[in-house]
Design a protein around this ligand. Sequence first.
Ligand code: GLN
Length: 541
Amino acid sequence: MKYIIVTGGVLSGLGKGITVSSIGKLLKSSGLRVTAIKIDPYLNCDAGTMNPYQHGEVFVLDDGGEVDLDLGNYERFLGENLTSDHNITTGKVYKAVIEKERKGEYLGKTVQIIPHITNEIKERIKRVSEKTNADVTIVEIGGTVGDIESMPFLEAARQLRREMGSESNCVFVHTTLVPVLSTVGEQKTKPTQHSVKELREIGIQPDVIVARSAAPLDYEIKKKISLFCDVPLEAVISTPDIDCIYKVPLVLHEQNLTAYLLRKLELGERKTDLDEWRKMVETLENPKHEVSIAIVGKYTHLKDSYLSYTEAIRHCEAALAARVNKIWIESETLEERPEELEKLKGVDGILVPGGFGNRGIEGKIRAIQFARENKVPFLGVCLGFQLATVEFARNVLGYKDANSTEFNPETTHPVIDLLPEQKGVKEMGATMRLGAHKIHLKPKTMIAGLYNSTVIFERHRHRYEVNPNFIEVLETHGLIYTGKSEDGRRCEVLELKEHPFFLGTQFHAEFKSRPEAPSPPYFGFIRACLEYRKGRTEGKG
Ligand code: GLN
């Protein structure tokens, strides 16, 4: 069992998660079993209660864990399904220690950060590597070295290296920023030196430095970092700004990081097969087709709130050799200024993603109506699926006040209603329907065709569902529920007859999309957008 611990210096937001994911990809492509853990030094027990505006999207795992979005990147790069144990937070650690203390498990001892909290952290890390039987476990310590919050985790990492005996069992990678001072135009290494100094003060000497910078690091700068930070020259790695995260493994590999890590970890010489990955990146860089889609949401100012959606779309770009232009539309603007609907006239598809709360609902409903009436390809996810039902009930069935009881508890047509097991439950996060559930797809439907299967497992995060009392009348008028939960009562998929592509899913298929295996609903959607575009341009021509 070997560990790679990744720390961060200077600033947050340097793409540490992408570095971790990329290192994982390189080792996995070298034939090793790899897993990854994200440590978030905040007191929340999980990301379930966190606002997407602050931290980006809440990622959902098979087991229902609501976790940091970095775990989404790990899953996408590694092609593995992770569990909630792979996201360790201060909240989880302290909660467990305090509960043990209350049960008397510490036998009267004074319970302290060292050793009780640090032991709990190490045990959690080791448990994951044992359970996954990984050759290498990569541990990302969130935050920046020097933060009070991350201290116990760094101390635990220091102890872990000592306990692992040989240095070849535990390697430290430190990610930093090398800024350029505009007046002199020179790459500056001082912030890197300082953050390494800070690491050393707590007893950690990095083995590798991954330096983020606008342009590739100059050779002289690499040499300087090597000298001042006491890291071999070959272990100073440059990660310049690049447009596509999937290129990062290739950038690291070109600088021989894979060979260096394998040597350091004493894992022998290995062939690293990145052929498929390289092809995927090349296709992304040389698209043959182009489409524009509108994404009608309410967190459109912070793109990280929709990270899994945009990644799922990117996977389709690779599979279809297409460039997808994303037109972000703040749904509230569609409510306030109906002329904003004009924007939808130029697009080849409309995506309405998930969300919570009242704001922007009517705008989303308008966008769905536009897609339905004008036969523009439409994909509605979770809230988007629910609102497609509301829109149909209002504008086709004529139930003027149809709504979800999430937005209007008094509606006379509650076509979307609270899950029965949720009734009377006040807190929001605790009992949401979460994680992967089995779904049966009706044979010979569009969705079964896309998955090429009638049984699928997809991930969920919701409290409301289609009210079973309305299914029959909705279906008679052409809105067909083509996917149902295992027990047959819960609607999971909707399709519209007489429309080239109108699909809604109660589940979030984007969470399981992978660069080399795009999610079927997204693939179908983007393919339909391409066809729609073709039809339009040919019509004009
Ligand atoms: N607010 C809706 C619900 O709770 C949709 C949730 C979502 O889109 N993730 O059911």
